[in-house]
Design a protein around this ligand. Structure first.
Ligand code: GRF
Length: 207
């Protein structure tokens, strides 16, 4: 078996994307191992999911740090100590600073529940994203895996999956449809990273 990519997952919430990555590691379809799961939120369901899977967890509460840089420095230290090669943001509700990006250049990825560049940036999180899609009357939405840079939801797109917007949708129904696809494309994108396919052309998006 080839060497497994050591990933660190950062999550603030329920952790269903984390779970999909855990499951794909376990069934062997992902050549990766989760070295550590870090949350800024002591109550994150993601920490419970990781603990149940026997994965090292660490809670680093941002409220205990005087600045974003200090918080990021502590997170980077924990990731380095765990030997992390790829940082996977999975519902991580903190802005990443340049300190962080410099520590893991082109090695931080995120998933966003919309077809970026639409419905990305400040204020577009959770149900607000889906509400905006519905208000605009779009016929489709989806999810996007992208590299993280110093701007919100802005780095290079690695893959996208579209879903239809259906009559009678509310933000919750649309969110659930998008989330099911997130659970498929995020592990797939990580597998691309594990295989060293870093230069993914625009026409190779995951449709
Ligand atoms: C997902 O919708 C993801 O796109 C966004 O945050 C949500 C996290 O959900 N970045 P979960 O904690 O993985 O269930």
């Amino acid at each position: 078996m080839s060497k497994l990519l050591r990933i660190g997952v950062l999550a603030s919430g329920g952790g269903t994307n984390l779970q999909s990555i855990i499951d794909r590691c376990h069934d062997g379809s992902l050549d990766a191992e989760i070295a550590v799961v870090i949350s800024n939120n002591p109550d994150a369901g993601a920490l419970d999911r990781a603990a149940r899977a026997g994965i090292l967890t660490q809670c680093i509460n941002h409220r205990e740090f005087p600045s974003r840089e200090d918080f990021d420095t502590a997170v980077v230290k924990a990731l380095r100590e765990a030997g992390v090669e790829l940082v996977v943001l999975a519902g991580f509700m903190r802005i990443i600073t340049q300190t962080f990006i410099d520590a893991f250049p082109e090695r931080v990825i995120n998933i966003h529940p919309a077809l970026l560049p639409k419905y990305g940036g400040k204020g577009f999180y959770g149900d607000r994203v889906h509400q905006a899609v519905l208000e605009a009357g779009d016929a489709e939405s989806g999810c996007t895996v992208h590299l993280v840079d110093d701007q919100y939801d802005h780095g290079r797109i690695l893959g996208q999956k579209k879903v239809p917007v259906l009559p009678g949708d509310d933000p919750q129904r649309l969110a659930a449809r998008v989330l099911r696809q997130e659970h498929i494309i995020y592990p797939r994108a990580i597998q691309w990273m594990a295989q060293g396919r870093l230069s993914i052309a625009d026409d190779e998006v995951l449709l």
